[in-house]
Design a protein around this ligand. Structure first.
Ligand SMILES: [Zn+2]
Ligand SMILES: [Zn+2]
Length: 342
């Protein structure tokens, strides 16, 4: 017999209105202490899950490297790739160009710049080792559990062929990870910090939550393990790839002319940071993935510079007059993904 509307009465169980059929005895519910219950509700479980997955990958990497006695050597190699003199020169050179030909003129000590310098320090001290370990851990997990994806026949390909194909495939995987960051709520929680910058500059490349990198490394490692299971990409090529990905945040109108139809330019990526166009221009280095997905929006010739940031400021930002001092705000921004949004 079905239960009709007249046969039910509402009962409050753990704060949720739930209908109970007449005659059914409501079982007593053991309530959590109100303070504890309220504290749990203020936390975001999926963000802790992402942190847990990150911890697991790092643990796999560290235990493998300690077993092999290579922990220090691999961390040094990671630093050499991700903090190479070429990258430092690019950041300094781009910073000078931003002073000479800014897309948006602002003081050198603008709060957005100073806050992103804090992220640069966090990147150098903590994120580079984390990225290195994520790369090693993801490769170990994929090789151990998905070894069938290794395309051994590519071993016969010459390096001049397999390396560009792998880098293009890796860029495609990075596009997919970026797409997931925008489409999946638990990942967007970490990616939103990067988009919260209202004063874009080359330093914004380093404004990212450390846990934002986990999916990127998990996905981008797949084509590398598949296409180059026994060979490695030359570190200088990784550095060049990172440099192009860093330049795209520059406060410059540069669209790279015809090259900008293929390589992501500052003007192209700036459109991705506009409050109303974040679903477009997800490319990391190549625009082809956006073109194929119908998500490419090339900058107009008029060179109009739109504002960047997030409408409604869901992430606390330094441009808010009521924001805390910058170091405290940094902690607040890093903790924010773990808090339930109201
Ligand atoms: Zn994005
Ligand atoms: Zn960006």
């Amino acid at each position: 017999m079905s239960v009709t509307q007249s046969q039910v009465r509402p009962a409050r169980v753990e704060g949720i209105e739930r209908p109970i059929p007449v005659g059914q005895v409501a079982t007593p519910v053991r309530r959590r202490p109100a303070v504890l219950s309220a504290s749990w509700r203020r936390l975001c479980a999926t963000s802790f899950a992402v942190a847990g997955i990150t911890g697991l990958i790092v643990w796999v990497a560290v235990s493998q490297l300690i077993r092999q006695g290579q922990l220090e050597a691999v961390l040094s190699a990671g630093r050499a790739e991700l903090a190479a003199p070429l990258l430092v020169a690019l950041v300094v050179g781009t910073g000078i160009c931003e002073r000479l030909w800014p897309a948006e003129r602002r003081p050198i000590m603008a709060r957005g710049h100073v806050q992103d310098v804090c992220y640069l320090a966090l990147h150098a001290i903590f994120v580079i080792p984390l990225m290195t370990l994520l790369s090693v851990g993801a490769a170990a997990l994929i090789s151990d559990h998905l070894h069938w994806i290794e395309l051994r026949w590519t071993q016969n390909w010459p390096l001049w062929l397999v390396v560009p194909v792998t880098i293009v495939a890796m860029d495609g995987a990075n596009w997919l990870a970026h797409y997931a960051d925008h489409r999946l709520g638990p990942l967007w929680r970490f990616h939103a910090l990067h988009h919260s910058q209202e004063e874009l500059s080359v330093l914004t490349s380093f404004r990212a939550h450390p846990l934002m990198h986990t999916t990127g490394f998990l996905l981008a490692t797949v084509p590398v393990v598949a296409l180059m299971p026994t060979r490695a990409i030359a570190p200088v090529l990784i550095t060049i790839y990172v440099c192009i990905g860093t330049l795209q945040h520059a406060n410059l109108r540069w669209s790279f002319g015809p090259v900008g139809r293929v390589i992501v330019s500052p003007a192209y990526h700036r459109l991705h940071h506009a409050a109303d166009v974040q679903h477009a221009n997800l490319g990391v280095v190549l625009t082809i993935w956006d073109v194929l997905a119908g998500r490419a929006r090339f900058p107009a010739r008029d060179g109009v510079v739109g504002r960047t940031g997030l409408d409604g400021r869901p992430v606390p930002v330094e441009q808010d007059a009521a924001s805390h001092s910058l170091p405290l705000l940094l902690a607040e921004q890093l903790i924010e993904p773990f808090q339930a949004r109201g």
